[in-house]
Design a protein around this ligand. Sequence first.
Ligand code: PSV
Ligand code: MN
Length: 424
Amino acid sequence: MRIDKKQIASHNDKYLQQHQQRFSFSKTEIENADAIIQKLVEFQVAIPSWALGTGGTRFGRFPGPGEPGNLEQKMEDVGLLHALNRSSGAISLHIPWDIPKDYAAVKKLAAELELRFDAVNSNTFQDQPGQPLTYKFGSLQNVNKAIRKQAIEHNIDVIKHGVALGSESLTVWLADGSCFPGQLNFRKAFQNTLESLQEIYAVLPDNWKMFVEYKAFEPNFYSMSVGDWGQSLLYANKLGPKAYTLVDLGHHLPNANIEQIVSLLLMEGKLAGFHFNDSKYGDDDLTVGSIKPYQLFLIFNELVEGMDARGMNHAKDLGWMIDASHNVKDPLEDLLQSVEAIMMAYAHALLIDRVKLNAAQDANDVVAAQEVLKNTFHTDVRSLVAEARLRSGGAINPLQFFRDEKIREELTKERGTTTIATGL
Ligand code: PSV
Ligand code: MN
């Protein structure tokens, strides 16, 4: 299913006057509104191919109707999101969940939907049917060289798929670790992992990056072989200039100061980018900004400050992606909400009066510094985000469009009620 530009324009007509009123009020408060809008227009957040169907837990899964059943339908779903918000112009594939069968056809479809291929993701956390050796005790870290070899080959294969599609990065997330004290020799597990990553790094094309994603817990509960940003940074530094640390917001221990991690990784030139989500307890994979929107804003504050300090292009120099699961919401509605939350946090960060903030910091004026941040956070930037969408041909109110135009009902007519998307 494709959304017609005219359909968006006529839906926008209903909301235009109200939007214009809100936007003209915002402009009285926000001096550099046009510059911020231009940055918002350029900013794109990739959608993972595994987030378009209903997710689940080990206790169950309750899929909804009209979910995509193959890669092409997942791409069409991302195309729908992008048509509505104009900020979801990229898709990230997980191999082997979404192996393209016909590269030319998949690339043609992507071009029609105005999508590019973001990072490709390897999967050595599950055994696949017919796979000779098991990853039960780890993949790149495994004490068995043949298992390490199998996992290395898989990653090389993923790179080949990515090259064929025009991706330029590989994300490696390892479930490797141990569940019990004594199970692993930490140093040997690190060395094995490093050597395996080095073999993968050796075949990485020149223009590619390798993203090493860390996670503090799950599925291993005593140790994770890439358990935090320190370990990820160790690997990235030892691997070389094409290796970076990837931050997934859900992968920290409670109360971790993620904004500080982001700042220091940026300072070291080793921040790859993000998997956005939100969580109350751990890796709950909830809608971005639904639990801790202020933390998201503080993270974007450090991102903008740190990227500007290094003269980086906000839209292009880091990888931006959502990594969430939707257990009780319509996945497309949830993704629209997540992208909106990211755009708002970014807009807020662009709005910060840096001169005032720096002056407060240099004067140890803690109160003034907090005032700068809080005042910015409480400024309503929703009409700026809507204006950015409008200027790039999207919907003023994507969620309302999705409901008014009965998009899920249309998808259900096309696809039926029982499809289950691949993924976790
Ligand atoms: C692991 O929890 C993770 O965040 C990694 O990015 C995986 O590739 C993804 O989730 C799979 O759902
Ligand atoms: Mn992730």
